[in-house]
Design a binder for this molecule. Structure first.
Ligand SMILES: Nc1ncnc2c1ncn2[C@@H]1O[C@H](COP(=O)(O)OP(=O)(O)O)[C@@H](O)[C@H]1O
Ligand SMILES: O=P(O)(O)OC[C@H](O)CO
Length: 498
């Protein structure tokens, strides 16, 4: 314990950077958010300018500090959570990135991954070591692309003149004045270069992707020491002692510390993660196994199963912007409640194919079951229900892989404000849904990690007690009806696979 009043979370997301002030009761006192530009140089490519990431992050931090008149005397620690997989390579002598960051959504390296990981043997080796499915999503092929396509990059990297980092690493490096080049296991586990069982960068994977080991950051515990702030304009000497990828941070922020505890984030897409304790199950349903963030003092690696829904809340934005059926996403709740069911309508938002457990990249979306009596309310309700069905499918796959039921699903994200959605989720999943009062669980997770590492909080049980009042949803729908609805959804999904 010390007299400092706050922990700050730096929440570096895909579309904005946020700085969040959190007090000892776990309350979010205030936050500052700065959006930044998305760069689409070619179809399917997505980039960020690392300077944009940096200056929106630092700008939000300084504004937050000024707004509350805060100095290093008030801030116990900084925690960082970040968009994962996004890849930055820079020159440590100047701090200048050699190119824009290649964002996790960018598909430019799909042919490269096909070429390097095309055989069943290589795919199996990558899966066994990293827990991931070989894909352009993860960092490895993005680093390789930069080395192959930026003039002189390979020679400089091999001579030890370039550094690689995910966004956490880049922020830590800049904030510590270039002293610390480090990441944490949750971020390392998303690069496709890290052996999640051995806990080290893997020589065979580095050889496969032809990436020099000297570019890679040191891997330190998520609740560990990442140096101190030393950057002009930022109060000096604040310890940075929490780092985690944003989805693992949210799992931690939801106080899912034990095997079987799960969270789902309903945002533009959805991310479902289940803590699996010290075991790393291999999914037979195309889910990925990833490293979970651990509290200080944990003597073993903890894991999670993860699955994602590509189109979640984005479907409501599509109904709003392209079909004009809604004025806002939040209006969907009131409109859906106007009807008692969808009248047999299903929406399958396979705009970019379907993810786990279907993995059908060629599938395309549909709205089916239309009759002359179908109204706006039926379609809007079916759109909300589609989010719940997709999470249901992921959750059932996860339960089969983990060999245990999800008793309670902890939820967060923008669309978790929708109570109709959460009740329907509980009905089809047949489990309790819990929404914390503070749904900013990502920032909370980063703050918790930094706060535990710095002694701001004593131990994880204290954090469970801080958890503010939850909104709880229990299944209300008759089980036979819920099963019939899910069966109808399955038929609709099958139609998209034709
Ligand atoms: N009340 C609501 N009901 C349903 N969907 C909502 C509601 N509020 C926001 N959304 C959806 O949630 C998404 C935004 O959530 P957010 O967690 O901020 O997203 P992200 O972090 O993925 O950018 C949008 O796609 C929006 O359509
Ligand atoms: O930026 P977010 O919060 O949508 O998260 C992105 C994920 O970390 C990508 O894996």
């Amino acid at each position: 314990m010390n007299g400092k009043r706050y922990v700050i979370a730096l929440d570096q997301g895909t579309t904005s950077s946020r700085s969040v002030l959190i007090d000892r009761t776990g309350r979010m006192v205030d936050f500052v958010q700065r959006p930044f530009q998305q760069i689409f140089p070619e179809p399917g490519w997505v980039e960020h300018n690392p300077q944009d990431i940096l200056f929106t992050q630092l700008g939000s931090l300084t504004e937050l500090l000024h707004r509350h008149n805060l100095t290093e005397r008030d801030i116990c620690a900084i925690g960082i959570d970040n968009q994962r997989e996004t890849t930055i390579v820079w020159d440590p002598t100047t701090g200048a990135p050699i190119a824009n960051a290649i964002v996790w959504q960018c598909r430019r390296t799909t042919p490269l991954v096909e070429e390097l990981c095309g055989t069943p043997e290589v795919r199996a080796m990558v899966r066994a070591k990293t827990g991931l499915l070989p894909d352009a999503y993860f960092s490895a092929s993005k680093i390789r692309w930069l080395l192959d396509n930026v003039e002189g990059a390979r020679e400089r990297a091999e001579a030890g003149e370039l550094l690689f980092g995910t966004v956490d690493t880049y922020l830590v490096w800049v904030l510590t004045g270039g002293l610390v080049h480090a990441t944490d296991p949750t971020n390392a586990s998303r690069t496709m270069l890290y052996d999640i069982h051995e806990g080290r960068w893997d020589p065979e994977l580095l050889e496969l992707f032809d990436i020099p080991a000297c570019m890679l950051p040191e891997v330190r515990p998520s609740a560990g020491s990442f140096g101190e702030t030393s950057y002009p304009g930022i109060p000096a000497g604040i310890p940075i002692c929490g780092v985690a990828g944003d989805q693992q941070a949210a799992l931690f922020g939801q106080c899912c510390f034990r095997a079987g505890q799960a969270k789902n984030t309903y945002g533009t897409g959805c991310f479902l993660l289940m803590h699996t304790g010290g075991t790393a199950p291999t999914s037979t349903h195309q889910l990925v196994t990833t490293i979970a963030a651990s509290a200080p003092g944990c003597d073993h690696t903890e894991y999670a199963l993860e699955g994602s829904v590509f189109v979640g809340g984005a479907l409501l934005q599509w109904l709003r912007d392209e079909l004009g059926l809604l004025r806002s996403s939040s209006e969907s709740e009131m409109i859906a409640e106007r009807v008692s069911d969808t009248g047999g309508v299903y929406v399958v938002p396979a705009f970019t194919g379907l993810g786990a457990p279907w993995w059908a990249p060629e599938a395309r979306g549909l709205i089916c079951g239309l009759t002359r009596g179908t109204t706006q309310a039926h379609v809007v309700r079916a759109a909300l229900e589609s989010m719940a069905y997709q999470v249901h499918d992921l959750a059932r796959a996860m339960e089969a892989d983990a060999g245990r039921r999800i008793e309670t699903l902890n939820v967060d994200g923008g669309a978790s404000q929708n109570k109709f959605l959460l009740q329907f989720q509980s009905d089809v999943l047949r489990c309790q849904i819990r929404r914390p009062l503070n749904t900013e669980t990502t920032s909370l997770g980063a703050a918790f990690l930094a706060g535990l590492a710095s002694g701001f909080w004593e131990d994880p049980s204290e954090l469970e007690e801080l958890r503010q009042r939850d909104l709880v949803f229990e299944p209300e729908m008759d089980e036979a009806r819920a099963d019939a609805l899910v069966a109808g959804w399955r038929k609709a999904v099958e139609r998209t696979l034709l």
